[in-house]
Design a protein around this ligand. Structure first.
Ligand code: NAD
Length: 402
């Protein structure tokens, strides 16, 4: 395929293409942020499985594990490969870069592209672990998906972002126009609520761990983590108290079940880490959140406490999962990485700004520019140092170790 000039193509909260050189630069920046941090060369788990490893928190986890602990990483993701003039999805280019850099740095990194909910992908991952790693020391579960086909029943379930109870209206930014208006979120039916738990709850995480355990692929002391979000009260009616929140509570309950299972079987453990709000493909699709994130970024950047996925994951692995560290949790056994986001002064400032923001003052009152930049960079656009007028090769493939 000849090289081509790639310009960003967006529709609302979706970007339909990605820039390989831009994605590579963003991954390189994350790797550098780990190698230049105190996580570099700290010892920790050495063999890792990351489910949902190509973007967002999963990608940052994989980078922190590989470049922090020199861990061998097996990544599972669901991404579009390049085809003719059509670019790959960002997660494909991210993974191609990550695995190329790993090879250059003498780190083993293997990728499986497919549906993590399926039996087939679980079997593929089990085979690679058995063949290449023997066992894994840590399993990170970082999926964000709008739907799931249950391989046991063959039925496909869709998740919805709705309330459990009254409909909810709050302020929101229309990402295609930059207009501040209102978004209304409907209340879910019982079936919709149950389906959302089926997609984003803990069942699949449980099935992954049960399978790995049954096949003796979890090392003594193996640990597993999944990620959740709680957020500020102003979003609770639609998030924590809504359908997605119910799914997250199910995920959190699953951590308890898996903790018991792993303790008695391999002397391991399971937790959920509650991460802060960041711009990812998953969070951009949620109404209200982009406005909240724009205000949050403004306040946290001014205070010098702003963090993105990689800074959060550096903190997680350094303080809670490195050798000799035990995770510190709250009373509900949750690892709280959202402590800075939810600190009283940050939330007080966001709450004060919330009613003030309008379409006209959006750029001043909030860090909407920072939100937009982060959004574009998810797809490799608007990245410093990249000349977008230059043609680039879009057929970049992911290379696995021999
Ligand atoms: P993301 O969209 O950036 O990443 C999702 C990952 O899941 C990608 O690697 C994608 O390829 C993979 N994936 C999706 N469906 C798949 C499938 N069927 N099979 C295999 N892989 C699949 O999302 P994210 O925001 O990083 O979310 C990851 C986790 O972090 C979620 O549990 C989310 O709730 C949580 N979290 C996110 C935020 C936030 O602000 N973004 C905050 C706190 C917690």
């Amino acid at each position: 395929m000849p090289e081509q000039v790639i310009r960003q193509r967006s529709r609302g909260f979706i970007c339909t293409n990605a820039h390989p050189a831009g994605c590579a630069a963003v991954v390189d920046r994350q790797i550098k942020s780990v190698t230049e941090s105190s996580l570099n060369n700290v010892s920790g788990p050495k063999r890792a499985l990351i489910i949902g490893s190509s973007t967002g928190y999963g990608l940052a986890s994989r980078i922190a594990l590989a470049w922090g602990f020199q861990a061998k990483t097996l990544g599972v993701y669901f991404e579009r490969e390049p085809s003719g003039k059509r670019t790959a999805s960002a997660g494909h280019y991210n993974t191609a870069t990550l695995q190329a850099r790993a090879a250059e740095n003498g780190l083993w990194a293997y990728g499986i592209n497919g549906d993590a909910f399926s039996d087939d992908v679980k079997a593929q991952a089990a085979d690679v672990i058995r063949r290449e790693l023997g066992q894994v020391d840590i399993v990170i579960y970082s999926l964000a998906s709008p739907k799931r086909t249950d391989p046991r029943s063959g039925e496909t379930y869709s998740s919805v972002l709705k309330t459990l109870g009254e409909p909810y209206t709050n302020r929101s930014i229309d990402l295609s126009t930059g207009v501040v208006g209102e978004a209304s979120i409907e209340s879910a039916t019982e079936e919709e609520a149950a389906n959302t738990v089926k997609v984003m709850g803990g069942e699949d995480w449980n099935w992954w761990i049960e399978k790995l355990l049954a096949e003796d692929l979890l090392a003594p002391g193996a640990r597993t983590l999944a990620y959740s979000y709680i957020g500020p009260e102003l979003t609770w009616p639609m998030y924590r108290g809504g359908t997605i929140g119910a799914a997250k509570k199910d995920l959190e309950a699953t951590a308890g079940t898996l903790s018991e299972l792993l303790k008695t079987s391999v002397g391991g453990d399971a937790w959920v880490a509650v991460n802060k709000a960041v711009v990812t493909q998953a969070s951009s699709a949620i109404p209200v959140l982009p406005l909240y994130i724009s205000l949050l970024f403004k306040v946290m950047k001014a205070k010098g406490t702003h963090e993105d996925c990689i800074e959060q994951m550096r903190r997680l692995f350094l303080n809670h999962l490195a050798d000799g560290k035990a995770p510190r949790t709250d009373a509900d056994r949750l690892i709280r990485l959202d402590d800075l986001e939810l600190s009283e002064d940050v939330q007080q400032q966001v709450t004060e700004l919330w009613p003030q923001v309008t379409t006209d003052n959006l750029q001043d009152v909030s860090d909407y520019a920072g939100f937009r930049l982060s959004f574009s960079q998810l797809f490799g656009f608007d990245v410093e140092g990249i000349d977008y007028d230059q043609p680039v090769e879009s057929e970049v493939m992911i290379v696995n170790p021999e």
